[in-house]
Design a binder for this molecule. Structure first.
Ligand code: ASP
Length: 344
C-alpha cells in the first residue's frame, strides 16, 4: 500500500510539479539588515524555540531552516502542548495544524494531521515536494508516511488524558480568553500550570530574518483544546496564522483562530506595514479591527499578533494582557510582554 502510494506520489507529483513550476522566481532581496539575524516567537516557549532557530541563524543558515528547526523544539517538548502531547479534540484525538513560508512566497501547510510528531516538517515537504500549498487529514498523513515520517502511537499524554477526563464531565466548549485559574491570556482552553512550574501553550508562531536579510516564518499548533473533530484554526492558513512578504515583513498570530481567519490577520498586519506602519502599530490596528467586529464579545477571546519588518524592527499587540513573545538577536535574548487592548 505504502509502496504503491509512494510510487503514485512520486510520479504524479513529479510531473505536476514540472507542469506547474511551483517554485516561484526569486524576488530581488533587500539587504538592509544583512549580517544581523533575528528570530521572534510567541509565548515563553519561544525562548527554547529561538535557541533551536539560532543554531541555524548563527551559522549563517537560512531563515527557512531556522523557523523549521525552531518550532520543532516546541513540537518535541513534553512541557508544551503544541505537538502530540497536547489536548485532544472533543472525540479524544490530538490533531495538529502547521504551516511554513519562505522569502519567495513559497509556502506549505498541513491541517487536521494525526500521529505525526513534526507537522512543520511535513508542511515544508508539502511546500517543496508537491504542487500544492495545503494537505489535510488522512491525505496529509499518507503523504507524511510516504515521505518517511514515522506514524506515532495514538495515545494521549498523561496531562492531556487528565484534562480530557476533566472536560468530559461537562463536555462544554467555551474557549475562555483568560484562564481564570492560571491568569494566562493565551489560547482557548489553555491548560493548567505544569508540575514543574512551566505553562503549557498550544501554539508557537515564529518569524526570522537571516544574515542575508531574508525572512521566513512557521506556525504550529494542536489548535483549540476539545474543538469539534475536523476543526482547523488559523495556524495552518497562510495569511491568517502566518504571512511573509520579503519586501515588507512577516507576521504570525496566536489565540482564537476563527477570529484571526475572519480578518486574514497576519496578511493584514503585513499590508499595514507595507503602508509604513511600525510592527506594533500594525498589530494593534488588526487587533482593533477584530475588537470592532466582535463588539462586547471581544472580551471573551484572546488574539495576539507578532510582527517584524524588513528593518528588523519588532512589535506585537494582543486583546488581553498576558501575551508575551521571545526575541533573540546577536545582542539579546529575552521575553517581552506585549501591550494589549485591555489592560491588567
Ligand atoms: N490559534 C490557535 C487556533 O485557533 C490556538 C492558539 O493560538 O492558541 O487553533
Amino acid at each position: 500500500m505504502i509502496n504503491r502510494r509512494k510510487f503514485i506520489h512520486a510520479s504524479v507529483f513529479t510531473s505536476l510539479a514540472g507542469l506547474t513550476n511551483k517554485r516561484l522566481p526569486a524576488i530581488q532581496d533587500r539587504q538592509a539588515v544583512k549580517g544581523n539575524p533575528i528570530v521572534i516567537s510567541t509565548w515563553d516557549a519561544g525562548l527554547e524555540a529561538n535557541k533551536g532557530a539560532w543554531e541555524v541563524l548563527s551559522k549563517n543558515g537560512t531563515a527557512l531552516d531556522a523557523v523549521e528547526k525552531g518550532v520543532m523544539v516546541t513540537e518535541s517538548s513534553k512541557n508544551c502542548c503544541v505537538g502530540l502531547g497536547a489536548n485532544p479534540d472533543r472525540d479524544g484525538f490530538v490533531t495538529l495544524d502547521s504551516c511554513i513560508m519562505d522569502h519567495q512566497f513559497n509556502c506549505g501547510s498541513v491541517a487536521f494531521l494525526e500521529r505525526i510528531k513534526h507537522p512543520v516538517s511535513v508542511a515544508r515537504r508539502v511546500m517543496e515536494k508537491t504542487p500544492h500549498v495545503m494537505l489535510v487529514g488522512i491525505g496529509a498523513q499518507q503523504f507524511a508516511v510516504a515521505e518517511g515520517f514515522p506514524l506515532e502511537e495514538q495515545k494521549l499524554s498523561e496531562d492531556a488524558q487528565r484534562a480530557y477526563d476533566n472536560w468530559l464531565k461537562k463536555s462544554e466548549y467555551h474557549p475562555p480568553a483568560v484562564n481564570v485559574e492560571n491568569k494566562q491570556g493565551h489560547g482557548p482552553f489553555a491548560p493548567a500550570k505544569l508540575d514543574n512550574g512551566e505553562w503549557n501553550h498550544d501554539t508557537i508562531g515564529m518569524v526570522a530574518m537571516d544574515a542575508m536579510g531574508n525572512l521566513s516564518g512557521s506556525c504550529t499548533t494542536s489548535g483549540a483544546g476539545f474543538k469539534m473533530r475536523g476543526r482547523v484554526g488559523d495556524s495552518p492558513i497562510i495569511g491568517a496564522g502566518l504571512f511573509v512578504d520579503n519586501e515588507v515583513g512577516a507576521c504570525t498570530a496566536t489565540g482564537q483562530g476563527e477570529d484571526v481567519i475572519r480578518v486574514a490577520g497576519s496578511h493584514s498586519v503585513v499590508e499595514l506595514m507595507r503602508q509604513g506602519l511600525f510592527p506594533e502599530a500594525a498589530c494593534k490596528k488588526i487587533v482593533e479591527r477584530i475588537v470592532k467586529i466582535k463588539g462586547e464579545k471581544a472580551k471573551d477571546i484572546q488574539v495576539a499578533f507578532l510582527a517584524v519588518n524588513k528593518k528588523g524592527q519588532v512589535g506585537a499587540y494582543a486583546i488581553h494582557p498576558g501575551f508575551e513573545y521571545a526575541i533573540k538577536t546577536n545582542e539579546m535574548e529575552k521575553l517581552v510582554k506585549a501591550k494589549s487592548w485591555l489592560n491588567t
